[in-house]
Write a protein that binds this ligand. Structure first.
Ligand code: PLP
Length: 379
């Protein structure tokens, strides 16, 4: 099996699992109990908080452990105490559904005024439109650090400048960036930053939201007051310890990402060189591990199925609903032609992906594309 769907989720690293296990078997106390087992659990949480903080920076704020990236985004958006005069939220048109669907729902209830800022065909955000969209009625600007389908890196510090010059706060969804590129909340100018463990070799079910000190946020629910009162409920100590370990390892191994980029670039070069009608979606600064390639005239789900039969896991941009093919919202936002948009396939590598796996994937992709559409044979 060759796994190139690491933007969907990653394998839990062995060291992460090893860090978690004692918290199930030995240090299983409630972190708020006063006895020794409770104290050990509490120390495990605070150690993990330090490890994550060492990865993303942010002495000027607090880390709240959450269940996932979706929850972190929801706390920031729903919890923010907004001045009644500031009804506007500005977001990019390529945000993850955990942000876009929530903002659309709030706008539908007339709780906010939503303004979306578009991207061009290369995935670059329209900064002039951002300048025009943010005004003194804007409560929040939400822009992801890196786009999950294309890997395009957004100019967050520039966006922070625009947001802050109007007194608005900045939510940075860094779910796809943490562990793959250097992330520092202060360099970015973030007021909120969301993290999800399963995207960088921690388990599913654990994430974090960093909140700058002084930003007023209400919790989504009340109870025992855990996590600075922001997320009541007994903490999952093993999962939190796993997130901490994954953060420490990600920091230690960030240097491996240049090798990941070399492998990703070879994958793209060879596929584009050998298969007619292929193009890369997303230009400029990109995540080192992500490649989104359109196979013009091929349906991405068919290509994903053909690669799956050959033991290779990748993901399709387009979805089929009731027999109709629907390109992804991101491809639509980039204004891609329909025949390119429905043929978009994402290959997402991990730091463990080998040269041999890339060679096999290139061969299998060429075979599969040719089998599905003989006219796509070598350019
Ligand atoms: N934000 C981005 C950019 C993502 O790619 C994802 C997941 O794919 C999420 C948020 C949601 O993360 P989670 O699955 O942890 O809820």
């Amino acid at each position: 099996m060759i796994y190139l769907d690491n933007n969907a989720t990653t394998r839990v690293a062995d060291e992460v699992l090893a860090t978690m296990t004692p918290y199930y078997r030995e240090h299983y106390g409630n972190p708020h109990s006063l006895h020794a087992l409770g104290r050990r659990a509490h120390e495990g949480i605070e150690h993990a908080r330090d490890e994550l903080s060492s990865l993303i920076g942010g002495a000027g704020g607090d880390i709240v452990f959450t269940s996932c990236g979706t929850e972190g985004n929801a706390i920031a958006i729903r919890g923010l105490q907004r001045d009644t005069a500031r009804r506007r939220i500005v977001a990019s048109s390529v945000e993850h559904p955990s942000i876009l669907r929530l903002l659309e729902w709030l706008a539908g209830r007339e709780e906010i005024e939503l303004v979306l800022v578009g991207v061009d065909s290369s995935g670059q955000l329209d900064l002039d439109a951002m300048e025009r969209a943010v005004d003194h009625n804007t409560a929040m600007v939400a822009v992801m650090l890196t786009q999950n389908e294309t890997g395009v890196i957004h100019p967050i510090s520039e966006i922070a400048r625009i947001a802050h010059s109007h007194g608005a706060l900045l939510l940075v969804d860094a779910v796809q960036a943490v562990g793959k590129i250097a992330v520092n909340v202060d360099d970015l100018g973030a007021d909120f930053l969301t993290v999800s463990g399963h995207k960088y070799h921690a388990p599913k079910g654990i994430g974090a939201l960093w909140i700058r000190t002084g930003v007023r946020v209400d919790p989504l629910w009340l109870g025992g007051g855990q996590e600075h009162g922001m997320r009541s409920g007994t903490e999952s100590v093993p999962l939190i310890a796993g997130l901490g370990a994954a953060s420490r390892i990600a920091k230690e191994r960030l240097g491996m990402q240049s090798g990941v980029a070399v492998r990703r670039n070879r994958l793209e070069r060879e596929i584009l060189g050998r298969i007619a009608g292929t193009t890369v979606n997303g230009e400029g600064d990109r995540l080192p591990n992500t490649s989104n390639i359109s196979f013009r005239g091929l349906l991405s789900s068919l290509l994903v199925g053909a690669l799956d039969e050959r033991g290779i896991c990748v993901s399709a941009g387009a979805a089929c609903h009731s027999g109709l093919v629907e390109p992804s919202g991101v491809m639509k936002a980039m204004g891609k032609a329909f025949e390119d948009a429905v043929g978009a396939v994402r290959y997402s590598l991990s730091r463990d992906t080998t040269d041999d796996e890339i060679s096999e994937t290139i061969g299998a992709t060429v075979d599969a594309a040719f089998a599905l559409s003989p006219t796509s044979a070598s350019v």
